[in-house]
Design a protein around this ligand. Sequence first.
Ligand code: PMP
Length: 290
Amino acid sequence: MGLKIFIDGKFFDKKDAKISVFDHGVLYGDGVFEGIRSYNRKVFRLEDHLDRLYAGLNVVRIKPPMPREEMQAKILETLKINDLDNAYIRVVVTRGIGDLGLDPRKCANPTVFIIADRIKLYPPEFYEKGLPIVTAKTLRNHPGAMPPMVKSLNYLNNILGKMDAIDAGTNEAIMLTTDGHVAECTGDNIFIVKNKKVITPPCEIGTLDGITQKVVIELAENRGLETCVGMLKPQDLYSADECFLTGTAVEIIPVIRIDGTTIGKGTPGDVTKALLRDFSKITGVEGVGY
Ligand code: PMP
């Protein structure tokens, strides 16, 4: 049986899962989304994802297509119908079908669709040996232009950053704020470890309020490590003992080179490896990234 995709109350086969070209999600990236994982048929941090989804809808003033409890039930139903043990679930809510103008008032009903599939971002060797990354030429959206707590459907800023990474022969890039601070990577939050202190930039400067970021802070604190949400400059990264990225899709991936500068010993650091082990324990799935 092929994938079954939920759209506006019904399940469709992948080939029939279509939305209108007049949907403002397609025309303008007017919508919000979530990327969620399930491990051993249990959805990981679903409450946090629903919190972020409904907060985002509220900020951009899209009427929720259904109450939160029903959304939760539909996510679980999509997972069940697709019979996947470990899945990546994409929930998308757009402003809905309108006309060719921007006017959101013309969109009477939001569109919602849910896909449960698998995802594998990087080959296993990057998790074992670490990822080389670069600083993107493209700056991260200013928080005054795009509220950072909204996981908006408009990812062109991130995609331009990703293309900078690819142009530089790497897979991921750090995006800086307009005043030169480290914000995050194109699809992940960033952490450094310096003298056993675990540091990640704050959401207010324009990064996504990452759910994996929050989990990793909890794991670090459980290990008795000092954690800090604070401002970082590129030179702080170059002089860090360790660096790693976090995200629902990527989970935790070590970074061993930034802009050609070797980080720490050039291999995944001890704190990163310990956090990777702790993360596997809470998901119940061995070998992060598969
Ligand atoms: N930053 C950006 C830009 C993202 O798209 C994501 C999610 N892929 C993250 C950070 C990580 O967030 P989370 O851990 O909630 O998936």
